[in-house]
Design a protein around this ligand. Structure first.
Ligand code: ZN
Ligand code: ZN
Length: 364
């Protein structure tokens, strides 16, 4: 049985829970190894029923039987020919559960209603739970870290290849398509999120969607891209300029770079996520651009491209070795554009280790 599953079962016992119904797809994959992807929350490839003391089950439909048997070692595979609830009823009859937890931030209300009806019928108390598996996922194993590093490396190779082809006259959409094609050709499972290419004033929106705008010389172009290897994500942002950047662009890039370096220096075990955000943010505030950095400094990366922990004023929890995070300060000026620089790092015993081989702007 997997180490992660063992840990989860101990936590369930400690909370007096007999079982957890796992519906969040990355949690399902993390615990079971079952790699099937959901096509949205209403087209689930299956759920796990993890018991604290007995066997654990992967409940799926007939299309996934073979894959489930091959991948989910340690789980009993149960196929539902007539939907989830008749199968759950049979399992509840044999398991004698008293307190069943469910993932309250990832369950359709219609499924919850069916589950509640069944629980009432069987005298089971339903307990809403958030973040239990996600918390385990924050600390990466050596095997997970190896996949993340592969995803980071491949992402850099894709960037380098596409960077060599950038020229004025290409549209943001063409560049984004080229990036995603190159990812697949070089062996990525696919992008870990829709690629962002934002040129000139479009870069003032941190989550810009690529448009037909053509790349022009001299303006900052934000490229935010990530891909998946073995289910694990990378996430990286570069701000590039075709031709000579003007003085303002250079000053902005230097400022954001300094904030990023300050953040990386502050990233270590035993400090709160919010502390790292504050350290990097101060650099930008002192330059008078505090109002132009409207998002948090960074986020965890793993099976999801955005996961815990966050480097944000909201996170007072202490960082621990094995956490993988982005450090991505930005400055966004309406009408002008934006600069964002994003690298990934893993928290170590002594501080952190940068996962990107980033040599841009070292002299900034
Ligand atoms: Zn990003
Ligand atoms: Zn990011």
């Amino acid at each position: 049985m997997s180490l992660m599953l063992d840990k989860l079962r101990r936590r369930l016992k400690r909370r007096g829970l007999d079982a957890l119904l796992v519906s969040q797809p990355e949690n399902r994959r993390y615990l079971s190894g079952f790699t099937a992807a959901d096509h949205g929350i209403s087209e689930s490839a299956g759920v796990l029923l993890v018991t604290a003391a007995g066997p654990s089950f992967l409940l799926t439909d007939g299309r996934y039987r073979l894959q489930a048997e091959q991948e989910a070692a340690g789980f009993e595979i149960r196929v539902y020919p007539r939907g989830l609830f008749p199968l759950l009823r049979r399992l509840f009859n044999s398991l004698a559960l008293e307190r069943l937890a469910f993932e309250s931030d990832y369950l359709l209300h219609s499924v919850f209603v069916g589950l509640a009806r069944l629980a009432t019928e069987k005298g089971i108390e339903l307990v809403p739970l958030t973040g239990l598996v996600e918390e385990l996922r924050q600390i990466k194993s050596a095997a997970e870290l190896a996949l993340i590093e592969q995803a980071v490396r491949l992402n850099e190779q894709v960037f380098a290849e596409v960077y060599g082809q950038l020229r004025p006259g290409l549209s943001e959409r063409e560049v984004a398509a080229l990036i995603e094609e190159t990812m697949r050709r070089r062996g990525a499972e696919g992008p870990s999120f829709p690629t962002i290419v934002a040129a000139g004033p479009n870069g003032a929106m941190p989550h810009a969607v690529p448009t037909e705008r053509l790349l022009a010389p001299g303006e900052p172009i934000i490229i935010d891209m990530g891909l998946k290897v073995g289910g694990y994500c990378s996430d990286m942002t570069r701000t590039v300029v075709l031709g000579q950047p003007d003085g303002q662009t250079l000053a902005m890039i230097r400022l954001v770079r300094q904030a990023q370096l300050a953040g990386l220096q502050a990233l270590r075990p035993g400090v709160a996520g919010r502390h790292v955000d504050q350290v990097a943010r101060r650099v930008i505030e002192e330059a008078g651009h505090g109002d132009h950095f409207g998002h948090s400094l960074g986020h965890g990366v793993g099976l999801n491209v955005h996961e815990g922990p966050s480097l944000s004023y909201r996170n007072g929890k202490l960082l621990r070795p094995g956490m993988v995070l982005t450090v991505e300060p930005g400055v966004y000026l309406p009408g002008w554009g934006g600069v964002r620089l994003e690298n990934m790092a893993v928290v170590t015993e002594a501080g952190c280790r940068l996962l990107n081989r980033d040599t841009t702007f070292l002299d900034a």
